[in-house]
Design a protein around this ligand. Structure first.
Ligand SMILES: O=C(O)C(=O)C[C@]1(C(=O)O)C=C[C@@H](O)C=C1
Length: 370
């Protein structure tokens, strides 16, 4: 995929903005006292540089607290003047952009429910034209990388180069331990496609509860994310929105102290030598894996011809079930997780079926295209 964005590195965004970037503050601004006191406590217990607060809250159903509105921007401005913290808010319309910038908000973000809608993103992008403000774009609620990239492109084409992504997870399958499934492969793929794009992880929205915030934050840094955004509140249990996932500034300070920030690389020669040795082992094993998978596919092709001759369906549910159970069991014997083996065999089987479908419907017995 060809994606060309003009990006400013994070260190050039705003004077004094540390890396990794840590953004924290209440899910929603609720009162002047709550915003100011959260800012004061964040300042007292941590050395984060950016205070967040939701001003306009897109809620799934009407009736829930939909945000305090523009008065919250005044409180944020006051908090900034008092503590020196930079401020960040979510914007979803042109009016939000204009108001946030009027009140001196330093960083804007586009929410997951806005990213899903190209019309809404374009409205925000058009309102941003001519401004030099950092903008973070949350992933869309559905796991659609194209939509996420499309939103980044729209904002970038409006001239915003201080641009980043926020990984807040994706609508989960039922029974997930997460409020939003992290599906790490999606932000990883975004990093692969646009390596210069800073990505901030939002462990609060992925977790949906306090206990998972720390391990998700650690994982985010181990996935080379450039920062984290964590919701904090002076009285989390009584928060008007997202009470279960908010933590106090003091709890945040504890988490930040325990997180280990690892380097993406080192110049240590011994480390590099050993890594090279191990990587060449991986290369060898991967070559063998590919050969074995190619050989398996050839047998599947032979089966396709055999079935075609006898007019037998491609899908054989009982055999598939037998393979799945057997391989999951055998995987366990070599310490492979059930989830991994299941996913792997879903992919293998799906591809086998695709190949058999091509052979059954477009090729003759000798494998020549008809
Ligand atoms: O055993 C078969 O009938 C096959 O075609 C092979 C295979 C497989 O790839 O494992 C593919 C499709 C069937 O649904 C079951 C298994």
């Amino acid at each position: 995929m060809d994606v060309k964005l003009t990006l400013s590195p994070l260190e050039n965004w705003i004077e004094g903005l540390d890396q990794p970037l840590v953004i924290s503050g209440p899910c929603s601004a609720e009162s002047e006292e709550q915003v100011l006191e959260t800012a004061r406590q964040l300042k007292e217990h941590t050395n984060i540089k950016v205070l967040r607060a939701g001003i306009w809250k897109p809620r799934t159903r009407p009736g829930a607290f939909e945000g305090i509105g523009v008065v919250g921007l005044k409180w944020l401005k006051k908090a900034k003047e008092e503590t020196g913290l930079l401020t960040a808010v979510e914007v979803a319309t042109a009016e939000h952009v204009e108001l946030a910038l009027k009140f001196g908000v330093d960083i804007l973000w586009v929410g997951a429910r806005t990213t899903v809608n190209p019309f809404a993103v374009q409205e925000v992008a058009d309102a941003l034209r001519g401004y030099d403000v950092p903008v973070l774009v949350k992933n869309p609620i559905n796991p659609d990388l194209q939509l996420w990239i499309g939103a980044l492109e729209r904002i970038n084409q409006a001239g915003i180069t201080k641009l980043g992504g926020i990984h807040r997870g994706f609508s989960p399958m039922s029974g997930s331990q997460y409020r939003n499934d992290p599906s790490w492969e999606i932000p990883i793929e975004l990093k692969r496609i646009i390596p210069a794009l800073p990505i901030v992880c939002d462990p609060s929205h992925i977790a949906g509860n306090r206990t998972l915030i720390e391990p998700i934050s650690q994982k985010a840094f181990d996935m080379q994310m450039n920062g984290i955004m964590i919701e904090s509140h002076i009285d989390p249990d009584n928060a008007l929105s997202d009470a279960k996932q908010q933590i106090t500034p003091k709890t945040l300070a504890g988490i930040l102290d325990r997180l280990i920030i690892r380097e993406p690389a080192t110049e240590n020669v011994d480390f590099e030598l050993r890594l090279k040795e191990l990587r060449s082992k991986i290369d060898k094993i991967d070559n063998e894996l590919l050969e074995v998978m190619g050989a398996r596919m050839q047998v599947a092709e032979e089966i396709a011809l055999h079935k075609k001759e006898h007019n037998i369906t491609i899908l054989q549910v009982n055999r598939y079930e037998e393979i799945m159970n057997d391989r999951i069991q055998k995987g366990k014997n070599v310490l492979l997780k059930e989830e991994f083996v299941k996913h792997l065999y879903e992919l293998i089987h799906d591809n086998s079926i695709k190949r058999q479908t091509e052979i059954m419907n477009t090729e003759n017995k000798a494998g020549e295209t008809v």
